[in-house]
Design a protein around this ligand. Structure first.
Ligand SMILES: [Mg+2]
Length: 194
């Protein structure tokens, strides 16, 4: 691990701090009377997994955004405790690819669940101008370590020399890459950073 005492740590929101795909799948199953399980979710792309067009996915995600389940996404075990622990010593940056239209709602959700009023960075949002990838954003913020569940995001970080922890999820099993360490849970992350 980095020898620096105080690290700048970039942290993803959906499926890193709280369950997203799981709740979305429940919403989808109910709506279409299907029976998909999270374990089957072996590709990151909803289009590919559900065999839908991009327009259909965009419209479904839009509908999901005003669904009660969306405001009640369950936190991933250990996330809250670890964030509070890491905050004592390190600088945390919360970075999401959610659309900027979800900004207020996301900030409110974060405050309610973590009890912290943190700035959240939105990729492609007005304040981040044209920083579109996690790598670009991480580089801009001077991040030392990124935590995410999406391999593509972490590969873009690696392009800027930013190492990372990959949250082990069904959709990111396909590759093991040097500089991207697969982790099982938040407890393991805390141990590794210590
Ligand atoms: Mg994510």
């Amino acid at each position: 691990m980095n020898k620096k005492e105080k690290l700048k740590i970039g942290i993803d929101l959906d499926d890193t701090l709280w369950e997203y795909q799981l709740v979305f799948l429940n919403f989808y199953n109910k709506k279409f009377k299907t029976n998909y399980s999270l374990k089957e979710f072996s590709v990151y792309s909803l289009e590919e997994f559900l065999n839908l067009s991009n327009e259909e996915v965009v419209s479904l995600l839009d509908e999901f955004g005003s669904h009660p389940g969306f405001m009640n996404l369950p936190l991933i075990e250990g996330a809250k405790e670890t964030i509070h622990e890491l905050k004592k010593k390190h600088e945390l940056f919360f970075i999401t690819a959610r659309p900027p239209s979800r900004k207020e709602l996301t900030q409110e959700f974060f405050l309610n669940h973590f009890g912290l009023k943190e700035k959240i960075y939105f990729l492609g949002g007005a304040s981040s101008s044209n920083l579109k990838t996690k790598g670009e954003m991480g580089n801009f913020l001077g991040i030392d370590l990124m935590i995410d569940d999406h391999l593509t995001n972490l590969k873009s970080c690696l392009n800027y020399g930013i190492p990372s922890f990959l949250m082990d999820r069904p959709w990111n099993k396909e590759e093991e890459i040097k500089g991207i360490k697969r982790v099982k849970n938040w407890r393991e992350i805390l141990e590794l950073i210590k």
